[in-house]
Design a protein around this ligand. Structure first.
Ligand code: BJW
Length: 236
């Protein structure tokens, strides 16, 4: 599985490119999700992530997440390579989840002063929350969310494993991603090139992968994936 923000849309988590609604509508998410934006305006970026972290803390997995988890009982090995930072695959019971872009509930020192990454538990900190991000208790640099921003390297172990699994996949389901963000967007190409994988795209919209997939299942993943499971269970 390669998943993106669309798989969580039916849980009430706006997709990345739809994430800026209401007060946030005036900003471009691609401009906020960068280390340069955080350095320029730490409070703005921190407040955006706090808003999204609060939202994620209230949502539950949807039928799409549960269908993906259910595939583990039906296939020899299912790995979920996700670009999502919301933890909903894990909450639905998927046991092998590779998180390429981090986790919005975790935090680290912006300077990684004690080694990369220097994780910080913000529940142990006291600071003026109106002022912006807390200072790192070790060095005083700002604390930031443990997510991967544009121009930053992905976690090496996660990327290596995702690349290796993609290169030997028999089937890849690509669910709820626009397919424009690298290196995640390369995974289907690796699966096709190295193992001739059968590619299935689940998305209510055309996207960057639609042209190369073997099958495009047009619809929301919370509706399409349970039907896929049912069809598999009904096989003779
Ligand atoms: C539904 C649905 C429903 C809706 N059911 N579906 C090579 C070429 C060009 C550029 C680059 C390159 N290599 C690297 C880059 C630069 C950059 C990049 O890719 N830029 C592109 C935009 C061009 N990549 C990076 O910087 C990466 N770092 C890197 O490669 O380091 C080395 C390097 C750096 C620089 C140069 C060269 C090498 C890091 C990328 C990190 C991405 N991080 C983010 C933010 C995470 C934290 C946060 O959430 O705030 O990750 S960006 C954002 O995009 C987020 C997402 O995980 C990611 C993907 O988005 P996703 O999931 O596809 O969501 P959407 O919103 O785009 O699409 C939703 C889809 O769901 C749509 O298709 C809907 O139709 C669908 N949908 N409802 C099913 N119910």
């Amino acid at each position: 599985m390669l998943t993106g923000a669309g798989v969580s849309a039916e849980s009430g988590v706006p997709t990345f490119r739809d994430a800026l609604t209401g007060l946030w509508a005036q900003f471009d998410p691609q401009q906020l999700a960068t280390p340069a934006a955080f350095e320029t305006n730490p409070k703005l970026v921190w407040d955006w992530y706090e808003y999204r972290r609060s939202l994620v803390s209230k949502v539950k997995p949807n039928a799409g997440h549960y269908a993906i988890a259910a595939l583990e009982d039906m296939l020899p090995h299912v790995a979920v390579v996700t670009q999502n930072i919301d933890g909903l695959h894990q909450a639905a019971g998927s046991s092998d989840v590779i998180t390429l872009h981090g986790d919005i509930t975790r935090h680290k020192c912006f300077a990684n002063c004690q080694g990369d990454p220097t994780m910080i538990d913000i529940t142990t900190l006291e600071w003026d929350q109106e002022a912006g991000p807390p200072p790192c208790p070790h060095c005083g640099a700002y604390v930031r969310p443990d997510v991967v921003w544009f121009t930053e390297r992905l976690p090496v172990d996660a990327l290596d494993r995702a690349n290796a699994l993609s290169g030997k996949a028999d089937v890849m389901l690509i669910v709820g991603t626009s397919g424009v963000v690298q290196p995640a967007a390369q995974m289907p190409y690796r699966a096709k090139r190295f193992n001739g994988a059968y590619l299935i795209d689940v998305n209510p919209e055309q996207n960057a992968h639609t042209a190369i997939v073997d099958l495009h299942l047009d619809g929301p993943s919370g509706e399409v994936l349970p039907q896929v499971i049912k069809a598999m269970r009904d096989l003779p």
